[in-house]
Design a protein around this ligand. Structure first.
Ligand code: FES
Length: 528
């Protein structure tokens, strides 16, 4: 303890309050009857001086700037928000003594993590940032807060994994690229803020605690039957038997690709769950897997709707053998401007004599060409039907799905047909919403490094109130860079980077009051 004589008690009692600088700290002192209180003079909200606050008879101090109320005997915030740092006091020989020593780092770390969980409950963005900064000041790696946020959020995601977890993997990748404190804090804040947002006002939705001996066939069948309890019991059985994500990854990837599921989300979630588990502490594995299994159970199966119903037949028609002659590679023009079925047919037709990697390169280039040429009149239209509610995210998904498909299918090559045909679903579907007049030259990236720096600057201050957009920006940017760096042919790489260029540069329209009203009236008019 570091006791310091601050001032005579008589003087404090006559003045009621005072501020003293002690050991570099600005300490506010208050006299209330026989009691004496000391606290940080800077309000933990925005730093205004608490000396100017109002103390009531119950020893509650109100900061008059925004009305936060603190119990001076405990430091508790009686409204909502950060706790107030208080200091022990005693009166000895007519003087007020204050212990200004800091708690040990471990205690400060525990307090910051506890405060963080409270901040997550209400998505208190500014407070999350401050608690992260406090963790750093307590000599703790603030990345620990991402683990804490996953443990807090995983069972509040009603339908399982959302974009928040893949985005967190992206933000952590950017965090690890820099030593700049502010940039690092942004990355963690955005990752954790997204989790808090996706769980806002959600209770916990408990998972079954049952555990059953694992086997691949039963696990796959439970997922296919959308039986969450069965799939989770088998997952728990696997974990109880000492298995890890890596042991289950083949079954999870196959399950994600069994259908053209959730517009590609399922595979993206499997892929990024693996990356998060690799990056964070081992204790994230169980919560991330539980959330992932819940999302696989709940995934929509778009291959069962007419637009994509040809998927099963195309998969059935996939040639059993491949001669993979590189002499006659697939051309990008073969993939553009076709329907879903025609695109899948073109892929199947060449699957026997073209390697999976070549098919992949061309499908990714076609996905990027569609993104580059997204016809923004579709985001401006108000009198269209729901089937034409098409925006940027429909196109960026094709890129992030392609990235996940390549890396997962390289690990499990027997899944290439599913991965490639689902890329073809994206390409064929999005081909109907492009503007052929948009050319590559207009958006070509001539200096990759400076373009990346500009994208990163934009990401670090993206200004998007909706996390869905910032998460798509970061995932699309990182997926595009990873694919280009992995050796995509130059012509394809140019299209991919140009597409990201346009996606970052063009406006997004996210709210459609007129369109929503129009579609509601049309829809209800046909109701009985
Ligand atoms: S600065 Fe004290 S409540 Fe805002």
């Amino acid at each position: 303890m570091t006791w310091i004589a601050a001032m005579p008690i008589d003087r404090l009692r006559s003045e009621g309050k005072a501020v003293r600088k002690l050991e570099g700290k600005q300490v506010a002192l208050f006299a209330a009857g026989d009691a004496v209180f000391a606290c940080n003079n800077r309000c933990p909200h925005e730093g205004y001086p608490l000396r100017e606050g109002t103390l009531d008879e119950a020893c509650v101090l109100t900061c008059n700037w925004h009305g936060w109320k603190f119990d001076l005997s405990t430091g508790d915030n009686l409204l909502q928000g950060d706790r107030l740092r208080t200091y022990p006091t005693k009166i000895v020989d007519g003087a007020v003594w204050i212990d200004v020593s800091d708690p040990p780092p471990e205690q400060r770390r525990a307090q910051a993590l506890a405060n963080l969980r409270t901040a997550l409950d209400d998505h208190e963005y500014d407070r999350i940032a401050r608690e992260l900064a406090r963790l750093r000041k307590a000599d703790t790696d603030p990345v620990e807060a991402v683990t804490a946020a996953i443990e807090w959020s995983y069972d509040r995601l009603r339908f399982g994994t959302t974009h928040a977890y893949p985005a967190a993997a992206g933000w952590l990748a950017l965090h690890d690229r820099t030593t700049d404190d502010e940039t690092r804090l942004i990355c963690l804040l955005e990752a954790i803020g997204h989790m808090a947002w996706d769980c806002l006002r959600e209770p916990a939705y408990p998972f079954t605690s049952e555990s059953r001996p694992y086997d691949d066939v039963a696990f796959t069948a439970a997922l296919e039957a959308q039986d969450e309890d069965g799939a989770v019991a088998l997952l728990r059985g696997a974990l109880d038997a000492g298995r890890h994500f890596a042991d289950l990854e083949r079954a999870l990837t196959a399950a994600a690709l069994r259908h053209y599921a959730d517009f590609g989300h399922s595979l993206i979630y499997v892929f990024h769950t693996g990356r998060l588990i690799d990056r964070l502490e081992p204790r994230v594995e169980v919560p991330l897997l539980l959330a992932l299994v819940r999302s696989l159970v709940n995934a929509r199966r778009e291959d069962l709707i007419p637009e994509f119903r040809g998927y099963a037949a195309a998969l059935q028609a996939w040639p059993r053998t491949s001669r993979a002659s590189a002499d006659t590679p697939l051309a990008l023009s073969d993939m553009l401007g076709r329907s879903v079925n025609a695109t899948m047919a073109a892929v199947v037709q060449r699957a026997e004599d073209v390697s999976a990697e070549n098919l992949y390169d061309v499908l990714l280039a076609a996905s990027a060409m569609n993104l580059l040429r997204y016809d923004m009149r579709y985001q401006e239209r108000t009198g269209n039907g729901v089937a034409e509610n098409v925006d940027w995210l429909d196109f960026t998904h094709a890129i992030t799905f392609g990235n996940a498909a390549r890396l997962q299918c390289r690990k499990f090559p027997e899944l290439w047909p599913q991965g490639l045909l689902q890329m073809a679903c994206f390409v064929g579907r999005n081909s109907g919403f492009v503007d052929q007049a948009i050319g590559l030259e207009q958006w070509r990236v001539r200096d990759r490094r400076s373009f990346e720096r500009a994208c990163l600057d934009r990401l670090m201050d993206h200004g998007e109130p909706e996390y869905i957009h910032s998460s798509h920006r970061i995932k699309t940017f990182l997926a595009a860079c990873e694919e280009v760096d992995a050796g995509l042919p130059d012509t394809s790489a140019d299209i991919v980077m140009a597409a990201v260029h346009r996606y970052f540069a063009e406006p997004l329209k996210r709210k459609h009051a007129k369109r929503t009203a129009h579609q509601a009236l049309d829809f209800v008019a046909l109701e009985d």
